[in-house]
Design a protein around this ligand. Sequence first.
Ligand code: FAD
Ligand code: EPU
Length: 338
Amino acid sequence: MQIEQNISLRKLNTFGMDVSARFFSVVDSVESMTEVVKYCTEHNLASFILGGGSNILFTKNVDAFVIKNNIKGIEKVHEDEEHYYIKVGAGENWHQFVMHCINNQYAGVENLALIPGNVGASPMQNIGAYGVEIKDVFHSLEAYHLKDRQPVVFSGGECSFGYRESVFKNKYRNQFIITSVTYRLKKKPDFNISYGAIEQELNIMGLKELSIAAIANAVINIRRSKLPDPAVIGNAGSFFKNPEIPVEQFSQLKKEFPGMVGYELENGNVKVAAGWLIEQCGLKGYRSRDAGCHEKQALVLVNYGNATGEEIYTLSEDIMNSVKIKYGIHLEREVNVI
Ligand code: FAD
Ligand code: EPU
């Protein structure tokens, strides 16, 4: 077990926040992870689990033991007539796993191509894009309870997945380390191209035959055209969730703001495009020092270089206030603020 102290996390979070970790260790096996957890218990240290750092806003130094999860491995553990069951180490890169699936004709995650971060965090907020969420392909996960120091298996039902939600993001926050996730992927693809601009992009690509590889490529092209690359401009993807409001409130707002973008949900509510709300408040492309609201996607807050976590947080508060005043809608942060 190698323990480092007071190391910078700047290169380990996609916002590029220059904060430090009081203690830090990379774990590449369940055994090394349990050793570090034991050390934390014995020294009465709080721990913080870090994956790819692509959904975190650090606003201060982390006064805890940061455990960087690097547990690897992709294994086909089972198959039945319709599915492959693939167990993946939490430290595998998500997009590389998607590419592995495409190369092996495992269908179901192609719409989730190019989402940054690691496999271990994918159930955390039930990652989603272009009409698919992790819950649609999830089978089970293995986690380690930090306090009891025992492994626990969670089924999909036990994770209570919702829109950008799971038990790990709220009820069990900081209580478990996810060590592996098993996905249930289809042998025969169920192409999902109804969402957003996928179909249009497939036409532009001059596609002859639909395939999971083609869908992934279309999604990659769309994402590259509007989302900032964290390697170039610091960001953590959508900073806020798209808010859900009752249909009556939406109809009322539509009278005053006919262009408002919303999608009806099965529960009768309407999910409103937060990017539209922010843009209509005149904040798209807004910049205060190095903290900004991205010029192509208002839902994404960016660090142009030397913004602090506090500055990004303050900008997020200003945006929430503006949206609340203009539309009476409360925006909820999606990114984990530390
Ligand atoms: P981290 O940022 O390292 O961690 C996130 C949270 O999970 C933290 O609270 C951390 O403590 C916890 N955590 C991490 N690993 C573990 C583990 N093994 N066990 C327990 N807890 C853990 N998200 C979407 O859903 N859809 C998108 O389309 C999308 N697009 C994005 C685009 C860009 C450009 C960026 C920068 C981000 C985007 N995101 C998107 C957000 C992000 O990619 C996902 O939330 C991703 O799953 C985060 O993974 P990570 O490994 O970087 O997690
Ligand atoms: N819009 C604007 N102005 C903007 C941005 C968006 O008017 O600046 C409107 C447009 O009308 C557009 C609509 O909002 O049609 C939706 O925009 P987009 O398709 O870009 O998706 P989004 O709702 O902004 C969500 C997810 C993304 C995910 C995409 C594709 C959330 C919080 N965000 O964004 O996830 O990739 O859909 O499925 O649900 C993330 O979670 O980090 C993330 C990037």
